[in-house]
Structures are given as structure tokens and as C-alpha cells.
Design a protein around this ligand. Sequence first.
Ligand code: PB1
Length: 305
Amino acid sequence: MRETELTASHLIQPLFVTAGAGVREDIPSMPGVQRLSIAELVEEAAGVRAAGIGSVLLFGIPAEKDELGSGAYDEEGIVQMAIRALKESDPGLTVIADTCMCEYTSHGHCGRLRDDGTVDNDSSLELLARTALSQAEAGADAVAPSDMMDGRIAAIRGRLDEEGLTETPGISYSAKYASAFYGPFRDAADSTPAAGDRRGYQMDPANVLEAIRESKLDLDEGADMLMVKPALPYLDVVHRVKEATGAPLAAYHVSGEYSMLKAAAGAGWIDERAAALEALTSIRRAGADAIITYYAKDAANWLDE
Ligand code: PB1
């Protein structure tokens, strides 16, 4: 008897939307993944839907970046315009907006910087709340704060509720590690920190009790869903967080996990289809209810064969 099911309904497709027109730009470190301008994004989302994937997670690449990351909360920002275009084209598609500053800040950090170059957690909360509000007002079905600032779930929930957006759920990146597996994403989003790193606000890979504490704090602040990120190197964390909270839990099969499989497959060292489906099944077995993966569309097509 098979104990763990992996279906298209468990998978969420991340997509990169960029300013401009007619853009379908390959990302060398993420074979098969592209930066897409809005019309091309709508086309790609239609293909994702046709494969049986019902949800996408949007990352924006703005034309300009600045100290505060003001493009993140611009009502006419790249993600806000992409959300409107996707929902107009396919109202049934679930569009989740990643809520963070790092793709929009000139320094590449996930929050506002102090003069000494460290991230000021508390003053970043206002920027994140404004960003989530602008995404929800643009029509996002959910917002997913990936910044890891303390208190951001309560700040975002409070702002959404104040503005009457009580039905927009928050998917918290609640246990997100300061991982070496994000490199290809940072290439794609041009979001590598100009100085320093994210260890001041992302978690130590050696900690699992802290992941449980962080996740419970986010639930208390009003998170509707939790997340562990990365996924495969953290299956114990997926299991422990699910066991400790019983809450809906996503796991993010990140860019480095994806690109490693792609590289090995490209070199003929591994059966890509079998390895990718095995990885995703293992993430489900560990307890994830949903998996964010760049393999989503391909996996759905493979599962349908
Ligand atoms: O696929 C990936 O590597 C995802 C990277 C992830 C996106 N939420 C973060 C990577 C990073 O810390 O730079 C972006 C953080 N907002």
C-alpha cells in the first residue's frame, strides 16, 4: 500500500516576472527557468495550468532598485501589474505573491538598512506591510513573506485586516535558513546582498528547535500556513514542524536543489524524472502539504504520463 501521494495539487510553480516587453530570458544557473515580461508570464501560467498546477508564486524583477525597495509596494509595480494580468486572464489561477524587499533594494537585503549596514528589523515591518497590502489590493490570493523579520506576520495581518482584506491568507516562510542553496535564485533576481549576508535574519542550519519556536510564533501572529526552506536538506525540520504544530505546511524546493538535479541530468549522471519525483515524494513523506518547486509543471506532466 502506497503511504504517500504526490499529485499536481500539492505543487506550486514559482515564476519570475520582469519589467519590459517581449522578454523570455533564460537564467543560465537555472536551466528551463526564465525571466518573463508580463505577456509572456500570462502565456507561461496558462501552460502551468494546463499541466494541472493550480498555484503560482510570483517574484518580481523591477526595472530600478533603490535603498528602500520602493518598487515592492508600488501600486504599478511589476508584481502588482503581473497579478492583475494573471487574474484577468485566468481568475481560477491561485496567485501567491512573495512579499520581501530583497528583489527591490539596491543593497539586496530583505529589509531596511541602518547606517552601519545591518538590517533594522522593526523599521522594515512598515515596508513589508505596505508591500503585502499593495499585492493583496492588486488581487493576490495570498501573500508569502519571505523576509524573516521578527513580527512581520502580525504587522502584515494587522495592515490587511485594517484595510478590510481579512480574507487574504498569509503563507509565512516561518523556518527559512541562511542557506547556500539560494545561489541560482539570486542570479535570477539579481538579489545577492551587496555587502554582508542574511545570517542576521535567516536561521542557522544547525537549529531545529528554533524552527519550531519560529513557526509557533508565526501561528500566534496569524499565519495561515507555515513553510520550511530549503526542503530536501531539511526534511527533519519539515517533519518536526508538522508534528509540533499540525498546521498547513509548505516546503520550498529551492533553486540550488533544482539546479543541482538539472546539472547532473545535463551531464547524463542521473535520471532526472525519477530523481525529481523521488525528491518531491520525499518532501511530501516528511510532512509537507504543499511543495514550491521549479519542477512543478514538469512533475505534473510526468505524473500524468
Ligand atoms: O529558490 C530559491 O532559492 C528561493 C530563494 C528565496 C526566495 N524566497 C530567498 C533567497 C535569498 O535569501 O536570497 C529570497 C529571500 N527573500
